[in-house]
Design a protein around this ligand. Structure first.
Ligand code: AVI
Length: 314
C-alpha cells in the first residue's frame, strides 16, 4: 500500500493541475472523520438512503427478485458499518429467505466489527466476510452456483469519474450471471444550496477529513505540509452535477516529501483536486451502463427526493 501511495502522490503532485486520489482519505483518522460526516446535519446522503432501506424494505426485497426457498448470496461492496443493510438483513431473515451475506471491505477491522455486531443482533444470519479492495479484485465475486444480489450503496460510485464508473460497471457485469441484480445507491443531481454545505459543513469536519490527506503524506511519506497553509475549497458544478473538493495553497510554498526525495512548488491560490462526488439522474446512469448488459429495473427514492437506490438487472 505504501509503495502505491508513494507512486500515486508523486504522480498526482507532478500533474497539472495537481491531484491526489480520494481513496487515501481512509486511514484510521479518516475512517473516524467519515463516521462523523455521516452524522452531520448537512450530509443528507446517509440519512436519505437509510430512510429508503428502513421505510421501503418490503418493496426493496420484492425488487431483488429472489424466492425464499432458493439460496442466494447478498454481496455488499464497501460494507462499512452495515447500518443501512441491517434493516434489509433483518427483514429477509424474518421473511424466511435462505441467503448468505457477504460484506466486502478494504478494512479488516471494519469487517470484524460488522461480523461481531451481526452475530449478536442476528444470530441466524449466514455471513462470510471478504477483505479486499473491490476495485482491484472484486473479491467475493468468485465462482458460485447461487444467484447474487450486489449492494453498492452510499453513492460510492460518485467518487469515480464517469469513465472509471463505466469501466467498473463493465467489469462488475462480467463477474455476474444473467438474472443477478445490483442495487446501486447514488446521490441525486440537485441545486448547489443543498450539495455544497454537505461538502463544507459548519463544524469543519469535512475540511479536517480532506486535510487529513496531507497529514497522512506527512506521516507515511515524510512530507512537510503545514496544514494551516492550505484550505479546504469545495466547488459544485450544478449544471453537470459534479462536486469537486480541492485543497488550496494559501501562500507560495515549496513542500519537501522525504520518501519521494522531491520538492513540490505551490503558488498562492493553486489547488490540489482531491475528490469528485458525482450526482446523478437516470439519463446519466443510462449512459454509464450503456455498454454493459445491466438494465434499470426498479427505482427507489426517499421522501425528500434527494437520493436514489436503483435496482439493475444483469
Ligand atoms: C464516500 N463518498 C461517497 C463520500 C461522498 O459523499 O463523496 C465521501 C465524502 N467526502 C466528503 N464528504 C463525504
Amino acid at each position: 500500500m505504501s509503495d502505491d501511495f508513494a507512486n500515486d502522490v508523486a504522480e498526482g503532485l507532478s500533474a497539472t493541475p495537481k491531484t491526489l486520489p480520494s481513496k487515501y482519505f481512509y486511514d484510521a483518522a479518516g475512517d473516524d472523520l467519515f463516521i462523523q460526516i455521516m452524522d452531520l446535519p448537512e450530509y443528507y446522503l446517509t440519512r436519505a438512503e437509510m430512510e429508503i432501506f428502513r421505510e421501503q424494505t418490503d418493496s426493496l426485497i420484492k425488487a431483488l427478485g429472489q424466492r425464499p426457498e432458493k439460496p442466494f448470496e447478498l454481496v455488499e461492496l464497501g460494507a462499512g458499518d452495515g447500518q443501512k443493510t441491517f434493516h434489509l438483513l433483518k427483514k429477509l431473515l424474518s421473511d424466511g429467505y435462505d441467503f448468505t451475506y457477504v460484506p466486502v471491505d478494504i478494512s479488516a477491522n471494519v469487517l470484524e466489527h460488522l461480523k461481531n455486531f451481526l452475530k449478536k443482533e442476528l444470530p441466524d444470519l449466514k455471513i462470510r466476510i471478504e477483505q479486499g479492495d473491490y476495485f482491484k479484485r472484486l473479491k467475493g465475486l468468485q465462482e458460485t452456483a447461487q444467484p447474487r444480489v450486489i449492494l453498492y450503496l452510499g453513492s460510492n460510485l460518485g467518487n469515480l469519474t464517469d469513465e472509471k464508473s463505466k469501466a467498473f460497471m463493465e467489469k462488475l457485469s462480467r463477474r455476474l450471471t444473467p438474472g443477478d441484480r445490483l442495487v446501486l445507491g447514488v446521490d441525486k443531481k440537485k441545486s448547489a444550496d443543498i450539495v455544497l454545505p454537505a461538502y463544507n459543513d459548519s463544524k469543519g469536519v469535512t475540511a479536517a477529513f480532506n486535510l487529513n490527506l496531507l497529514t497522512r503524506i506527512n506521516r507515511d511519506l515524510g512530507g512537510e505540509f503545514k496544514l494551516e497553509q492550505f484550505r479546504h475549497a469545495p466547488e459544485y458544478d450544478e449544471e453537470n452535477g459534479i462536486a469537486i473538493s480541492y485543497l488550496e495553497s494559501l501562500v507560495d510554498q515549496d513542500i519537501i516529501i522525504g520518501a519521494l526525495d522531491r520538492t513540490f512548488n505551490f503558488t498562492k491560490g493553486e489547488k490540489i483536486k482531491v475528490e469528485i462526488s458525482r450526482k446523478y439522474d437516470l439519463p446519466i446512469i443510462r449512459k454509464i451502463i450503456a455498454d454493459t448488459p445491466f438494465e434499470i429495473e426498479t427505482v427507489f427514492k426517499d421522501s425528500q427526493d434527494l437520493y436514489l437506490d436503483i435496482v439493475l438487472l444483469r
